[in-house]
Ligand binder design. Structure first.
Ligand code: SF4
Length: 133
């Protein structure tokens, strides 16, 4: 969640909630003429880096499920190996929605390589054994 407020004519303060740990520090990024001039409210360097990243180019991990043929269950939980640009999240979910895997699948197995050209893979979050009929 964030909010941007024009504090002065050429200065803007954007506010973010850090999700790095349960402390939930309230972060502020002050920008002037398109440049970050100060980051406030963090209690550790991780929060400072998160505030800058969230301000410049927000990223998100993606977790969803993919259809599986002949598996013990109909859908397999999958996740990205790293965060991807936030604006690509829904495109990736749509691409994964079109995918059908064949059991068996091992936990950690790559189910989609270099997702949308991001350099990030999508991997299985668990084993999916073959369904004996
Ligand atoms: S700034 Fe650091 S201490 Fe605060 S919520 Fe983020 S990770 Fe946790």
């Amino acid at each position: 969640m964030n909010a941007t407020v024009a504090e002065h004519q050429d200065r803007e303060i954007s506010r973010y909630l850090c999700i790095g740990c349960p402390m939930g520090c309230r972060l502020e990024v002050e920008e002037a003429d398109g440049d970050i001039v100060e980051v406030r409210g963090f209690s550790c360097r991780r929060g400072e880096a998160y505030a800058k990243q969230e301000h410049i180019a927000p990223q998100r991990m993606v977790t969803t499920t993919v259809r599986v043929e002949n598996g013990l269950w109909a859908r397999l939980p999958v996740k990205t190996t790293d965060a991807i640009p936030k604006e690509l999240m829904w495109d990736l979910c749509e691409k994964l929605h079109e995918l059908t895997l064949k059991a068996p699948v091992k936990m950690g197995e790559v189910v989609l390589q270099d997702a949308l050209g991001t350099g990030v893979d999508v991997v299985s979050s668990r084993d999916m054994p073959y369904r004996e009929s």
